[in-house]
Ligand binder design. Structure first.
Ligand SMILES: C[S@@+](CC[C@H](N)C(=O)[O-])C[C@H]1O[C@@H](n2cnc3c(N)ncnc32)[C@H](O)[C@@H]1O
Length: 207
C-alpha cells in the first residue's frame, strides 16, 4: 500500500474533499474560528483559503508527505502563517493549553484512534477553547447505516483508513467535549458518504 497510500490517496482526497460544493460547509464550520489554531489532519490545505480573518496562525498536523507538498502553494498564497508541527494527531508535541482553537475536517473518520486525537486536542486547547468540526459520518437512517457498515471494509482499504460509520458527535461527547453548535444533514451525493456534521464544541475543561 506504500505507493498507493503516499501518492494516490492524497490526490484522491484533493479531488473528492476539494469539490467546489464542499467549500461552503468548510466556511460554515470555521465561523468564529480565531487566534492560534491547531488543525489536525491538515491534508493538502483545502481549508487554508477559507480561514476567517481572526485566525492569526495555524499549527498543522498531517502525516502524508504528498498532501503537505500539495499544500505548499495554498500556504504561500495565504496571509495566515501555517506551520507543520507534527505527523500524528494522536500524539502531538505541543504544550498543554497552547492553542486558542482547533479545527478538524474530514479527518476523525480516518485517524486510527479518534478518541486519542480528541484527547490531544483537549489537552492542547486553552480553557474555553473550541474545536470546529466538519465530518461525514453514520447516517440516521438504519438502512443507510447498514450499508455504511457493509461498505466500511472496502472504504478503509481504498481511502486509507476512512470509516463511513463513525459517529462524530458520539466521539466528541465520549471525549468530554460540550457540543455548542450542531448541524447535521444529507448533502448532495451518494447517501453513505453524504451525511455531514458541522459541530463547534468546547474543550472538556470548560464544558
Ligand atoms: C480525508 S483527508 C481530509 C484532509 C483535510 N482535512 C480536508 O478537509 O481536506 C484525512 C486526512 O487525515 C490524515 N490523517 C490520517 N491519519 C492521521 C493521524 N494519525 N493524524 C493526523 N492526521 C491523519 C490523512 O493523511 C488525510 O490528510
Amino acid at each position: 500500500m506504500g505507493l498507493y497510500r503516499d501518492h494516490v490517496v492524497p490526490r484522491l482526497v484533493e479531488l473528492t474533499c476539494g469539490a467546489k460544493g464542499i467549500e461552503r460547509f468548510r466556511r460554515s464550520a470555521m465561523e468564529g474560528l480565531s487566534g492560534r489554531v491547531l488543525e489536525i489532519g491538515f491534508g493538502s490545505g483545502l481549508n487554508v483559503p477559507h480561514y476567517p480573518d481572526g485566525v492569526t496562525e495555524v499549527l498543522a498536523v498531517e502525516p502524508a508527505a504528498t498532501a503537505r507538498r500539495i499544500a505548499e502553494a495554498r500556504i504561500s498564497a495565504s496571509e495566515v502563517p501555517v506551520l507543520h508541527v507534527g505527523l500524528d494527531g494522536q500524539s502531538v508535541e505541543l504544550p498543554d493549553a497552547s492553542c486558542d482553537a482547533a479545527l478538524c475536517t474530514f479527518s476523525l473518520c480516518t485517524i486510527p484512534d479518534p478518541a486519542a486525537a480528541l484527547g490531544e486536542v483537549a489537552r492542547i486547547l486553552v480553557a474555553g477553547g473550541r474545536l470546529h468540526l466538519l465530518e461525514h459520518g453514520v447516517a440516521p437512517d438504519p438502512g443507510i447505516a447498514r450499508w455504511q457498515r457493509r461498505i466500511d471494509p472496502i472504504e478503509r482499504r481504498i481511502a486509507d483508513g476512512c470509516h463511513l460509520s463513525r459517529d462524530p458527535v458520539g466521539l466528541l461527547e465520549a471525549a468530554g467535549f460540550g457540543v455548542e453548535r450542531l448541524e447535521q444533514r444529507y448533502v448532495a451525493g451518494p447517501k453513505p458518504w453524504s451525511y455531514f456534521t458541522i459541530a463547534v464544541a468546547s474543550s472538556p475543561s470548560a464544558a
